[in-house]
Design a protein around this ligand. Sequence first.
Ligand SMILES: [Zn+2]
Length: 116
Amino acid sequence: MKPALAVAMPGETIAGLRQASGYVCRNRNNTEEGKISEHAFGNAVDIAGFTLKSGKTIDIRPAERDSTLDGAFQRAITEAACLYFTTVLDPGSDAAHENHLHLDVKERRGGYRYCW
Ligand SMILES: [Zn+2]
């Protein structure tokens, strides 16, 4: 399935994703008690990185203050993900998401989106 909106590096094409997690029966952030993760409902995926057509790889990492093209790519793709997913957690959200993007489709009242 082709997305309606694509984010890419100038002169590049995204050729692959490195998935870190998908369906896993667990609580949020792997805690013993608390809320059930959207991963346990099969509604979430974690993306650890991207492979570009040139073979270049981009790993998800803290990039809030990264002024390189890779940093700009990561921030752009994080923002674009909120158009399609209702929850987007990136390395800036908390320590549990330091090396991946968490994307899920949890339904919230009023179509509210939680994107950090
Ligand atoms: Zn996740």
